[in-house]
Ligand binder design. Structure first.
Ligand code: F6P
Length: 346
């Protein structure tokens, strides 16, 4: 297929926490833009920071080869929020104004913003400032409103599930309670999915307030039933009134005080957000990326690419910005797990 140039020039940035699949998405946008539409593509460094400092580089088709399987982001990322705390000092140029200026100087027709909730909120605000933007939902947390799934989530669930599988060995051999804390910010998606996939006996998520007594009772009951070990999966965002740094440390101390059972905790941390993306995330990120390039060619700006019932759709950023997709406490997966004996601490 011969290239036809539509004369457009687009910028791609990746912002917020890194996750598996970002490079696959950059490749999906970039290759489709170059090969299908003959667009010029530039990569902005370190999220919105690069738009403020005007750090960018041209991306050729060759630059986009060999990155599909790489973790992290070849463009770098940051948690820069240009609309927050900017322009308050005397004579300071507001960051959004700098971004607009640099967008024009870079001669961009569109800015593709790959990120989670914070990134998409900023993208929406920039579209109000007159920039053409397209959002791509990425995060291990899976908490972006308006899409069934974000890329990064499947990889994180795979890693977390493998970690839970491995904890079973020690739990079983030592007849201990093994508690694992997983990421997810204020959402319990990773804990819910990997908790179910890994056969967690207790799964605690921020969306369902837990009672310590119920967990203690449940674990003691298992011991009485000749099940001397248990796996407890907790999301990092659950209620943590203790001085301990992590929810798992707090809860493990409390449950030990209440039951006398031997408990060990593991905080999985950044392991679950690094490394090569799962095949499902590679496919999803590629689909999102290719669709974003099509939306740019169609001048369908101010939108986010999303997946609904396995169909790629575009949704207005206005419908998404500032909202969170949390687990509904009556999610059928939760009810099914409860019916099989899993405790959610209630
Ligand atoms: O959004 C992804 C995530 O890993 C969350 O699960 C976690 O709460 C947060 O980022 C950690 O952020 P940081 O990278 O700033 O430590």
């Amino acid at each position: 297929m011969g290239k036809r140039s539509n004369g457009m020039r687009i910028g791609i940035l990746t912002a917020g926490g890194d996750c598996p699949g970002i490079n696959a998405a950059i490749r999906g946008v970039g290759k489709t833009a170059i090969v299908k539409y003959g667009m010029e593509v530039v990569g902005i460094s370190d999220g919105y920071t690069g738009m403020i400092t005007k750090e960018y580089r041209e991306l050729s088709e060759k630059d986009l080869s060999g990155i599909l399987t790489l973790g992290g982001t070849i463009l770098g990322t940051s948690r820069e929020k240009p609309f927050k705390d900017s322009g308050k000092k005397k004579n300071e140029i507001k960051k959004p104004d700098l971004i607009k200026e640099h967008y024009d100087q870079m001669d961009l027709d569109c800015l593709v913003c790959i990120g989670g909730n914070g990134t998409l909120k900023t993208a929406h605000l920039l579209s109000h400032e007159g920039l053409n933007v397209i959002g791509l939902p990425k995060t291990i947390d899976n908490d972006v409103y308006g899409t069934d799934i974000t890329f990064g989530f499947d990889s994180a669930v795979n890693i977390a599930t493998e970690a839970i599988d491995r904890l079973h060995s020690t739990a079983n051999s030592h007849k201990r309670i093994m508690m694992i804390e997983l990421m997810g910010h204020n959402a319990g998606w990773i804990a819910l999915y990997s908790g179910i996939a890994g056969g967690g006996d207790v799964i605690l998520i921020p969306e369902i307030p837990y009672k310590e007594e119920k967990i203690a009772e449940y674990l003691l009951h298992r011991v009485e039933e000749n099940k001397p070990y248990s796996i407890v999966v907790v999301a990092e965002g659950i209620h943590n009134p203790g001085k301990e740094k992590s929810a798992a440390q707090y809860l493990s101390n409390r449950i030990n005080d209440m039951t006398g059972l031997e408990i060990r905790e593991t905080v999985l941390g950044y392991i679950q957000r690094g490394g090569t993306p799962s095949p499902m995330d590679r496919v999803l990120a590629t689909r999102y990326g290719a669709a974003a390039a099509d939306m740019i060619a169609a001048k369908d700006f101010g939108k986010m690419v999303a997946l609904r019932n396995n169909e790629i759709v575009s949704v207005p950023l206005a419908d998404v910005a500032g909202k969170l997709k949390l687990v509904e406490p009556d999610n059928p997966m939760i009810i099914q797990a409860q019916n099989m004996g899993t405790s959610f601490g209630v």
